[in-house]
Design a protein around this ligand. Sequence first.
Ligand code: MG
Length: 298
Amino acid sequence: MADVTVIDPRFNSMVLPNAALECLGENFRWLEGPVWFADHECLLFSDIPNDRVMRWTEDGITTFQSPAGFANGHARDLQGRLISCSHQHRHLRRRELDGSTTILADAYEGKRLNSPNDVMVKRDGTIWFTDPPYGINTDYEGGKQAPELPANVYRLDPDGRLSIVTGDFAGPNGLCFSPDETRLYIAETGPQFSPNAPRHISVFDVTAANTLANPRIFHRIAPGAADGITCDSAGNLWSSAGDGVHCLAPDGTLLGKILLPGTVSNLTFGGRNLSRLFMCAGQRLFALYTNVRGIPWP
Ligand code: MG
């Protein structure tokens, strides 16, 4: 059975006593960016240092895209197209229905983006993404290049206009809207080579004008840090952590943990009824059926 720690009694009904932790694949280098395609019953996810995007189905795991520009986070837009962050090319891209690629954003005011890390599509069609320098700090995850911009979080409007929604992070990483999209959670993983730097999840109110307001610290993950984060349909936030996955109530209370043998980098709900939690954990892909459901797309 899965190694589950219940910290708040509310967590008892969110996990299943008879569901096993399943390892769906291993021998990757560093997994990230899982996105569920219910129509294809598949999960796409990045194996960043191997420069490939993988595809899991019940029949196994195959390579979806390689080379992949050292892709990291993925999302689907309102038309179902794949939106991807590329470390190597320092851009946000869209895969069209004919298989071609459209660059959505690669610069802000004439300066190149750093290495887009994670991305969310809001129901109004705007695309929100983080841009820390992690992918250009090393050759391992994209290739050393000099940053030209601070580590901002951006909103891309359907008309192509790119705006900074916050610049108040050293390393903005995973991000996630609450189910009603009135809140945006952003994980701060700090400067890459400063393990003692502040690491936490911040939460903002999303205004009617699509700006962010009222920033506050939502939760400090320990051990490790929050990288990818995802909400369930009740508004609980499921966060990656150094010892697995932590589940946080909308008020920031730690409800419980799914313990994994190592750091989790990112996660998403998928599978039947969006109740299966897919977890990218270093060199392995895990899944666990839960008793909650992810947020339906779109
Ligand atoms: Mg990330």
